[in-house]
Design a protein. Sequence first.
Length: 634
Amino acid sequence: MVHRSNWLLGSIITALLPLSHAFYLPGAAPRNYEQGEQVNLFVNTLTPMLSGTDDAKLKSMINYDYYNPKFHFCQPEEGPKSQPESLGSILFGDRIFNSPYDIKMLEDNGTCKTLCVVPDVPAEDAKFINDRIREDYALNWLVDGLPAAEMKVDAKSGDLFFDMGFNLGDDDDELYDTPALYNHYDIVLRYHEPSRGNYRVVGVLVWPSSRGGSQENVASPVCEGDVGPLILSETQTSTIRYTYRVTWNESDTPWATRWDNYLHIFDPRIHWFSLVNSLVIVIFLCVMVSMILLRTVSRDISRYNAIDLSEDVQEDWGWKLVHGEVFRTPRYPMILSVMVGNGAQLCAMIAVTLVFALLGFLSPSNRGSLATVMMVCWTFFGGIGGYYSNRIYASLGGTDRRKNAFLTATVMPTLIFVIIFLLNLFLLLAGSSGAVPFGTMLLIVTLWFGISAPLSAVGSYIGSRQGGVSHPVRVNQIPRQIPPAPKYLRPWASTLLSGILPFGAAFVELYFVMSSLFASRAYYAFGFLALTAGVVSLTTATVTILFTYFILCAEEYRWHWRAFLTGGGSAFWLLAYGLFYWASRLSLDSFSSVALYLGYLFLLVLMDFLVTGTIGFLASYWAIRRLYSAIRVD
Ligand SMILES: *[C@@H]1O[C@H](CO)[C@@H](O)[C@H](O)[C@H]1NC(C)=O
Ligand SMILES: *[C@@H]1O[C@H](CO)[C@@H](O)[C@H](O)[C@H]1NC(C)=O
């Protein structure tokens, strides 16, 4: 038996394995260099890094510009120049500049060079640098589109992989009392020669080290030998000499697979485990729901329809009792329909983004492409939001359709914009470079209010031409009394109960998503993510239909808001998980970091609530219409 199940698991995994290779395609066209051609090294923001060990905690949320004057890094002679970037790359905090490193293809192999000497670093800036070292900040460089990485060994599998970014300094307390600043970089550039005389960069590794001793001498740098670490004094000015050495190392990795070393999947078994786990949940649920809905409901229906044939003495019972109530207009139909409209827009955005990701367009080699595609999709799906919002509003019996169209197009963008604006203020206060520049803000406002809002209005118009959906039973004049519901069907209890299953299905994948969002780890397991998203939406739909059936049986007919809440139940678990992640994986000490984390978490939870709530609501609406069109009502 054990053998059987292992074999089964094995064959499932083998069947799905090609998916794991479809996670990414290399991005742009390869660039060939001739010998002696300049190879540019670009610098990106400094980001807090999760150091390798398992119990490591992220200590900050704030990015700093490489050329932030407090760091005193060497600048190019003509001053740093900003490099063009995509919208998504800017939004996700990339700020790329050129650098003074002089690197020429296959030249100066192993030559020790001085980059520059920085005299008079004030004591308070030294303290600033030391604090950033204590917070595990990392430098992020780019050479030919590849991030500079440190080579590490995966403790579980023993594989070598490239960990993007490398430390600003070393604060290993056992070695030194104060942090040591890394001021020497051993840069190993791996090249591949596809045809004679043409060279391509296929790997960038950096071994930083701290070299103390005399910092003044520009002319004769020394890159070897023991000179002790460079420790910046926090009481007097210091001088820093930056040195580097480039080594060219031939590699047989072709250009097409150069990202493979970077895209290392830590323990793919965890992904598979989570996937199999959630598949089991879904299959279990689907079987349960189809049993209940097919057996119970069809029995109910045949009994309801048979009663009329005998005497009229038997009374109605169960969900049939509320047939005159289920389509009664709920409270606040305006808010509900606006939420469903925006949820539908987000669902469409997520679905299309996942398709793009599966096709391999959104690998980390296309910087910022994920965020760009999401923004663009969201903008152009404004029409879907308007359409759904308007039709649902009409179906719920709303009359003020213009107001509905207006609110659908404006409320969500304004809310998100206000939140991002506030977060930006915190970033500015913290002196971070992560703040979205004014021009980008303007572009986003134009996208949202110039394209998304008009499209939403068009969608609303089309929706209003089609009108609301028809209902199979009429609504009674006088509302029924509602008996008290059992405890587990009270709104909060059912919301939390129903949220457990979709949350449980996504739980493990969520950990990876969180660490890529907050700990700047690249995320590329889009195959897993797409499957997980599918599983979550199926689970949400089934669980919500189930709960809606239960509350109708309890003669509680106000199901509209309940279905939205029940569907969105996983958002509350997501919130709890986010707080747990904060407590267990982060140790943020500055107020700005905490505010930023909570702000992003709130946005994430809000999106999840809208998306899953919409799925739950639409699924229940569909099920209820099916249910009540199957019975005969006099
Ligand atoms: C550069 O030097 C390293 C050793 O220092 C050697 O392994 C490598 O082959 C050299 N590369 C070239 C292009 O000469
Ligand atoms: C160059 O690559 C070889 C194997 O590919 C490796 O053993 C060697 O250490 C590398 N040299 C440097 C300087 O990294």
